[in-house]
Ligand binder design. Sequence first.
Ligand SMILES: [Zn+2]
Length: 328
Amino acid sequence: MNGGRLRGRLAAAGLAGAAALGAALGVTPAVAQPFDGCPSDAILERFESFGRSGRMPMELGRWLSDPKAQYVEPFKAFDEVHFVGVCWVSAWVVRTSAGPVLIDTLHAPHVDQLLQNLARVGIDPASIRYVLMTHGHFDHVGGAAKLKTVAPGARFVMTRRGWDEAIASARQSSGTPRAWTMVDVDVVVADGDVVTVGDTSFKVYETPGHTFGTASYEFPVRDGSERHVAFTVGGLGLNAIENSQQVEAFIASVRRIEGLVARRPDPVTVHLTTHPFSNRLIEAAAALKTRGPSAPHPLVDPEGFARQLRSLRDGAEERLAVERKAGR
Ligand SMILES: [Zn+2]
């Protein structure tokens, strides 16, 4: 809830203010949300400062799991691709001639929203053929167990190490406020594998770095008569780094993806991100809504993707120096 809406509600109830209401009821007043809406730059800044300090501010932690604060309208990104995620983490659904493919599951508090978003774009979860998962952190795969109950025909896909990381991470969460469970190992993919569903092929890249088991996916998208190559980078942050080898792997993975953006012919030109704030996705969605008939597609942005990769690599180079200095 944002400040304006809170004030609006209190005014509607004929009350003077949150503090007075709290005092009268003997409860803590509602805590203001850290963001008004889903502003990418402000969110990115908060995550960067969290990355530097290593400590997640309490209100940020609460915000991540608050379905109301996390709501963003689902939108059509390309002819066959819809964003069905929430403010801080993405889920993408891709229609193929043989049924839909979902990329990432969000985490459990947001699965109801994911299902509503799918319904809104006309997709029955029972028709989902594959769920391609990027890596084993709760925000990307924590919703898999709940999703599986309504998508019994879906096959869940991840790398060998990704599955191990997800299962270990879920086990470690047991007994914590954000406890989650992982589905059993289903499809295991490796670098270079292609998951073909009807007319659409998803190429698997093992891109270790964010976690060692992180996978990225490349697939074609259409915008009317134009065809583009889209890519989902499986893990963007350096928030789960354990040692310098992991940072070296991250840098090598980013270089490899930079090579795909520079590839000719058939360069990757679209980044369908796992975290909207990473490349101002929500702002691009707004631009998409008001796009004129001959205007360029705001998500076809190879220069922007190249800049983002460059900045990820620069950040990782800095982090590598820190890890080496610490002897890790
Ligand atoms: Zn992660």
